[in-house]
Design a protein around this ligand. Structure first.
Ligand code: GUN
Ligand code: FE
Length: 435
């Protein structure tokens, strides 16, 4: 049993921010919070009050681990060209396990330093690199969902980087699920079924993966209605939207994470809400590849589960708060509109904006809701995943502190990151061996 004495800020529900001065958060050896009480109610194992403010750890719902080396490049191309010119050649390099190990070690350390306590990853099509990513998360102490990417369709995947056939996509995924579940002392990492996106997968692969989802109960992730090209491609191939097609393949359920979803229809939203699936909103990536602004407020109004994703490297930042800011900015542009030639009244979509409070919720408890994960807030029964933030050059009133953290904190100002009550980055972390 441990207990941290600290000033806390969290968002137990969207739109509600709770700030607790001098609290005592107690948690057990598995990292589960047992109580949140006044600071002087019992002795603390650590007193953080003079060192910053404690927030729930950040939850990044969409990361391509093998794309970390190209972060910040190639975004001048449309998605379908970027994949062939930059991304598939880079991901193919992960056949070299020594190369994969180096990237994974640096990525997971970077994300922990940036305050990401839970990460949802696309890995590659290679068994060894996928398993190495899962092991790296375990070794460095990050909570994660790791997916072996399934992509078998010759028309949309290069010859040098695809599964041999649908059966290989399904059996490779099944093997990976078993391997992750068999990792010793694994309380942090789960496998996730990962058809790359419908254009890259045959109907047989998608059906097989849907059956595997039912059989194994594993979570599911994919890209959904990301761009004009992608959305139209799926419509012409299947006669359905991505959402409806995924549903018909058995891939839309309470444990599904749909990345982007910028072009989903009203009917898609109803279907997603009905299945309890969730959306990884990736506003930075969407600005480059999305061709439109995701109607976040409309989706929230339909009670969809929504969190945030960096989409490394479709987005150019490995810091989830950059996406929290981008979510606010994109929503403001959607509300006001973009064409000054039009009059103010007809330029935008009224009622589209979110603010920093909503963005904070999406980055923490909203992400947890998507994953059905007990984390994202300081409440009994949830995991002690947290970040200590110390804003430098902060002179303003205390009530502005959260706004400043969400809108302008830098990774340097994240002093320590804890996952399951264990310090995994920053000053309080014991050294972890490198690869
Ligand atoms: N659609 C299929 N693959 C990808 C990818 O790697 N990144 C993004 N943003 N979209 C995709
Ligand atoms: Fe992506």
């Amino acid at each position: 049993m441990q207990a941290f004495r600290a000033h806390l800020i969290h968002s137990p529900e969207r739109g509600r921010i709770e700030r607790i001065e001098d609290a005592l958060v107690s948690f057990d050896d598995t990292g589960q919070i047992t109580s949140v009480a006044p600071g002087d109610s019992a002795p603390a194992t650590m007193d953080l009050r003079a060192r910053g403010v404690l927030l729930p750890g950040l939850i990044d719902l969409h990361i391509h681990a093998p794309q970390f080396p190209q972060l910040g490049t190639g975004l001048d191309l449309p998605l379908e060209d970027w994949l062939f010119k930059y991304t598939f050649p880079l991901e193919a390099r992960f056949a070299n396990i020594a190369y994969a190990r180096g990237v994974h070690d640096r990525l997971v350390r970077r994300l922990l330093a940036n305050g990401t306590t839970t990460a949802v990853y696309f890995a590659t099509i290679h068994d060894a690199s996928c398993l190495d990513l899962a092991r790296t998360c375990l070794r460095l102490g990050q909570r994660a969902f790791v997916g072996r990417v399934a992509m078998d369709l010759a028309d949309s995947c290069p010859e040098y980087y695809r599964d041999a056939d649908a059966a290989a996509s399904v059996s490779g995924t099944a093997r990976f699920i078993e391997a992750v579940r068999a990792l010793p002392q694994n309380a942090l990492v789960e496998p996730i079924i990962t058809p790359r996106f419908i254009p890259a997968c045959s109907d047989a692969a998608l059906e097989g993966l849907g059956a595997l989802a039912a059989e194994t109960g594993a979570a599911v992730q994919t890209h959904c209605s990301e761009s004009d090209w992608e959305h139209a491609h799926v419509l012409s191939r299947t006669g359905k939207t991505d959402t409806a097609a995924l549903d018909s393949f058995g891939l839309l359920n309470r444990r599904t994470v749909l990345a982007h979803a910028g072009h989903i229809t009203g009917a898609d939203m109803e279907l997603i809400a009905g299945r309890g699936a969730g959306i990884a909103h990736c506003p930075l990536s969407n600005a480059y590849f999305g061709n439109a602004v995701f109607p976040l407020r409309r989706a929230l109004a339909k009670a969809l589960h929504i969190g945030l994703g960096t989409d490394i490297s479709g987005g150019h930042s490995a810091f989830l708060l950059d996406n929290a800011r981008a979510a606010v900015t994109a929503s403001r542009m959607l509300e006001d509109g973009t064409d000054p030639e039009k009059g103010a009244a007809e330029r935008g979509a009224a009622g589209s904006r979110i603010d920093f409070r909503d963005a904070f919720y999406l980055a923490t408890k909203g992400g947890a809701e998507v994953l059905d994960l007990p984390a994202g807030a300081f409440e009994p029964g949830r995991q002690m995943d947290a970040i200590l933030v110390d804003l430098q050059d902060d002179f303003g009133p205390p009530e502005d502190l959260l706004q400043k953290i969400i809108m302008r904190a830098t990774p340097d100002e994240i002093v320590t990151t804890w996952v399951a009550g264990r310090a995994v980055s920053g000053k309080d972390r014991p050294p972890v061996q490198s690869v």
